[in-house]
Design a protein. Structure first.
Length: 224
């Protein structure tokens, strides 16, 4: 019986050709399908957000909760609650809420368009381009959502000072300082929470989409 040579066996085994489990076309189809699913997830999340904030906004508007909270702040600063003040606030709040919903609805529509356009039969370069555009749309949605929050807070703050000035009220320095600090802290905390939410919910999906994009670019570079 011939002596078993372990080194020769290892060398022979290493020289055996490795059969590729999937070819590039099959990998492309799998990545395409995964990418389409990730875009679909973000679309449905945005639809849920749109419906949730629409219902919540309508509920608070009908209940007058926002108006009551806002007028309570004004009263603490020394302003008097008047019908004109309530109507002005309601008009501003309704206008800003409609603007916010329109912006969200626009991005929901853009996400849906991206979902429909990423198809299995698309060529590689078109798929890469669509994914990059989708990433830019998601980033724009996040930044605009945060910008709207800051803008709305600024508008309400300006309106408070306008209301005080129209009634010739000069709040005490301590009350004004507490109000300004409260606005800054609450706005900063809300922005941080929104950013954390998008990083967790959208970020997880976007990181997976980034991984797909890297693999697609690698396939594309090998085909050139």
């Amino acid at each position: 019986m011939p002596e078993f040579d372990l080194d020769r066996f290892k060398k022979t085994w290493q020289e055996q050709p490795v059969q590729q489990k999937y070819d590039n076309n099959e990998i492309l189809q799998m990545l395409n399908k995964k990418s389409r699913n990730y875009v679909k997830y973000i679309f449905w999340i945005s639809v849920f957000e749109f419906l949730f904030f629409s219902v919540m906004g309508l509920f608070y508007f009908l209940q007058g909760e926002e108006t009551t909270t806002f007028l309570n702040v004004l009263e603490k600063l020394g302003a008097k609650r008047t019908t004109e003040l309530e109507n002005n606030f309601d008009n501003i709040y309704l206008g800003l809420k409609i603007l916010s919903l329109l912006v969200t609805a626009y991005f929901v529509f853009k996400f849906y368009q991206n979902y429909r356009k990423i198809k299995i039969e698309e060529n590689l370069k078109a798929l890469i381009t669509r994914i990059i555009k989708f990433k830019k749309t998601v980033n724009a949605f996040i930044l605009i959502s945060i910008a709207l929050l800051v803008a709305f807070t600024s508008i309400f703050t300006v309106f408070i000072f306008y209301a005080l000035n129209s009634q010739n009220i000069e709040p005490a320095n301590s009350a004004l300082t507490i109000f300004i600090i409260g606005i800054i802290l609450s706005t900063g905390l809300t922005v941080a929470l929104i950013w954390l939410y998008y990083r967790l919910v959208y970020g997880i999906i976007m990181r997976k989409l980034d991984k797909n994009l890297t693999q697609l670019k690698d396939i594309d570079s090998k085909e050139i």
